[in-house]
Design a protein around this ligand. Sequence first.
Ligand SMILES: *Cc1c(COP(=O)(O)O)cnc(C)c1O
Length: 400
Amino acid sequence: MSESLQFERIRKIAEANSKRVLDAFAKHRVSDSMFAGTTGYGYDDQGRDVLDKIYADVFGAEDALVRIQFVNGTHALFCALFGALNPGDTLLSITGAPYDTLLGAIGVSGDRHGTLIEYGVKYREIPMVSGRVDIDRAVSAAEEEENVLVYLQRSRGYGDRYALSVDEIGDIIARIRAVNPKAIVMVDNCYGEFCEEREPTHVGADIMAGSLIKNPGGSLAPSGGYVAGRADLVERAAERLTVPGIGRECGASLGNNRLLFQGFFMAPHVVAEALKTAIFAAETFEKMGYEVSPRADEVRYDIIQTIELKTPETLSAFCKGIQSGAPCDAFVTPEAWAMPGYDDPVIMAAGAFVQGASIELSADAPMREPYRVYLQGGITYESGKLGILRAAEEILKLKK
Ligand SMILES: *Cc1c(COP(=O)(O)O)cnc(C)c1O
């Protein structure tokens, strides 16, 4: 698909998603009084409770929980998992190893204390084959397990794999349900929101979760996460976020409601800007002779662009360039460090208004072969393009 066709497709998706968001705002009678929010316990926070309903409607879910108290996406995912799983149940990940930070939370790596495995959950994983779900193995594993939560990660994360389209997720869910109607299907939706006109909960996912400093926060949410899906599972996640018996009733929004509403309003457009930035990056680095995924002409199902930079020096130069094009901390040079929750040292470029927000133009890479950088975000296409050009320049300087 040519660039102009790609951009046209993205524009149509952003329009359809903006309409769904606006319709939900109108239906729930959003008004200024909802933006103030609460302090203390946070009882009767009208804005917070209405935003939950708006997320649920837009995502085609029964219910949702959108909270500033989720410290990040991992926390939202963990609350959803911990709520849905009982001791003795099986967590079956069918998109290979989950995102790095979840490995520690499940108890696959590191100290087991407080993890799902210590709680009594059994863990099984079906590796992906050539970057795709090994569907036959996944289905027979789901059939074998009595009480199972089937877990899928929509985006590529830090993996060498493809993102799943919502259609594909729907097909996978249908095949799992056919052999095990009781199975709970959960989707890690990080980086996927608003990349298509539908979300996994539109095609049968029981529960999904994501981060507000990625797509759905529209770059304005200062922190937080969300869970959306079946009402009983959302309730259980709320009881893990706070306390059983208290659940969603407590959690003051502390003056953040306006940013969460406005961010969700902006999100379809901001995601479109990030998608266009990713396409520009793919074109630029393809021309420079690097392996990129997706290719510039491929249809995209998440906002992530990977580029294989081959050497630690080019990877560092790339990150230096991205950083130098950022609105904040443009003067610093990124260096690899041991990040909590990650196994290899990670190098990151993120000169963001919101710390670590990867809906803003950012690049991260584990320092390991093939020095593949994961680039994402770009809240305006113009600034995204400039950042990519800086990165290309830094690499060209190395070759002189
Ligand atoms: C970002 C992300 C997460 C959660 O990461 P946090 O840094 O905790 O927000 C989980 N899964 C995927 C695929 C992600 O991209």
